[in-house]
Design a protein around this ligand. Structure first.
Ligand code: FAD
Length: 429
């Protein structure tokens, strides 16, 4: 058995680590020079930024387990905060140290900035969903679910909408209510630690993919960067993987490419026609990250702060998180008019919104906008996602878009990689 993993994002590296742990020979092919894919380091003026500011949560059980396995200590590399929802000067709720679901009910009923009626309405909604096991008979949009449960405009705008958009990266009106409930079930609805927010204190390549590569190579595997695969040809009881470095033979392939790149490798394989159709049905949503470099004393009132403004949804204080004094990273998730703006204009509008809310902000010294136009698939109701196991023997898919009850997240990617590797390990063929 020797296995090719195509793609060195979180899914591919999770698959490679799972195989290396069991002593199975594995070779990772990654097209880019830096590992991590849609969660990777981007150098800017000798600073390590990320292509996108990421939040992890305590419920990311498998990501945290693999980080520990490869020696990337989550206690050191992630700032753990008890679930805190701070929409600047509008709403603030913090989960106290109480067993679930009391921590959440307390947080909701004690929320600052919400009326008594709103607080109890939110608590009633959570209790109702909990009673029905966070399961819907029929998937609808998250907006519909909230409307049916009388969550009201303000509560939806300040609490449920930002929660849903950050988790599913899909506008409330088209987001899957069931997937939103799955996230609520495993985070706010589960043990208190599961709802903790985990904010990276290092760049996203160092957080897992790079220590994972060290772990794989230390166990005899290979991780090849800047090695774009150009074809995967099945035949002769295995696969030929073609790249600029030449052709290599493997017994199994785990294809851990993003959905919009995977299709090119599947169209020639007739056994995979249905998989191609499932991938074709996916639509995508952008995420924009706007970095603003201020003179060093500039700080946010918290490491992560939510905003109820036209563009800005979240801002991260990179000084507080990873020692990059004066660097504020802002996130704009999902589609919107901002996609039409030139980057300098977008950066300037984000600066103005920050200034309106925080007051007394000096002009930024520099900016960098990173637009990930296909950051995640649109997580719409009743979406059928392709399975990891395919009709083609010994050919598996991994990636955040494969079948899972999670939206496109690091945890979905990691779980898919583990699952594809485990299927190979169990098949022993
Ligand atoms: C801006 C942004 C913000 C996000 N925020 C969050 C967040 O806060 N929390 C969260 O949990 N998730 C977040 N996500 C989602 C998360 O990053 C993704 O779900 C996850 O990284 C997907 O991992 P993957 O391994 O499935 O795919 P990818 O990361 O896309 O990995 C695929 C890899 O394949 C490589 N590749 C492509 N073509 C080839 C080829 N021909 N040969 C070899 N290699 C190839 C690519 O270079 C890439 O490294 C965010 C995503 C973005 C873009």
């Amino acid at each position: 058995m020797n296995i090719a993993v195509i793609g060195g994002g979180y899914a591919g590296m999770a698959a490679a680590v799972t195989l290396a742990e069991r002593g199975v020979p594995v070779t990772v092919f990654e097209a880019a020079a830096t590992l991590g894919g849609r969660a990777r380091r981007v150098e800017h003026r000798e600073r390590a930024l990320d292509n996108g500011l990421h939040i992890l949560i305590g419920a990311y059980r498998e990501s945290l387990r693999l980080m520990r396995l490869v020696g990337a200590d989550p206690g050191r590399l992630l700032l753990r905060l008890p679930f805190t929802w701070r929409i600047h000067e509008r709403l603030c709720l913090t989960a106290p140290v109480l067993p679930a679901p009391l921590h959440l009910l307390f947080a909701l009923t004690a929320a600052r900035g919400a009326s008594l009626a709103e607080r109890f309405s939110a608590a009633r909604f959570v209790l109702r969903m909990r009673r029905q096991g966070y399961a819907l008979d029929e998937d609808v949009s998250a907006a519909r679910l909230l409307e049916r449960n009388a969550q009201g405009e303000r509560l939806t705008r300040l609490l449920w909408k930002p929660l849903c958009v950050s988790a599913l990266n899909t506008p409330l009106e088209s987001a899957s209510a069931q997937v939103f409930l799955n996230v609520l079930r495993d985070s706010l609805g589960a043990g208190r630690a599961a709802s903790d927010l985990l904010l990276p204190r290092t760049d996203l390549s160092r957080l897992f993919p790079e220590p994972a590569a060290d772990y794989v190579t230390a166990r005899g595997g290979e991780v090849l960067t800047a090695q774009r695969v150009t074809a995967i040809d099945p035949g002769g009881d295995g696969f030929t993987v073609r790249s600029a470095a030449g052709d290599r033979r493997f017994s199994h392939v785990i294809c851990a490419l993003p959905p919009y790149h995977v299709k090119a490798f599947l169209v020639g394989l007739t056994a995979l026609a249905e998989v191609v159709e499932a991938v074709d049905r996916l639509q995508y949503q952008p995420i924009y990250s706007v970095y603003l470099g201020y003179p060093a004393p500039v700080r946010l009132p918290a490491p992560m702060l939510g905003f109820d403004s036209a563009l800005l949804q979240w801002a991260f204080d990179r000084g507080a998180l990873c020692g990059q004094e004066g660097v504020i990273g802002a996130v704009i998730s999902a589609e919107g008019a901002h996609q039409e703006l030139p980057h300098d204009q977008l950066a300037s509008l984000v600066h103005q919104e920050l200034q309106q809310q925080l007051k007394m902000l000096p002009d930024p010294l520099w900016f960098r906008v990173i637009a990930e136009k296909r950051a995640t698939f649109s997580c719409v109701p009743a979406l059928k996602r392709p399975e990891s196991a395919t009709p083609l023997r010994r050919f598996y898919l991994a990636g955040d878009y494969t079948a899972s009850d999670y939206p496109a997240t690091l945890e979905a990617a990691v779980r898919s990689g583990i699952s594809a590797a485990s299927m190979i390990l169990e098949s022993k063929a």
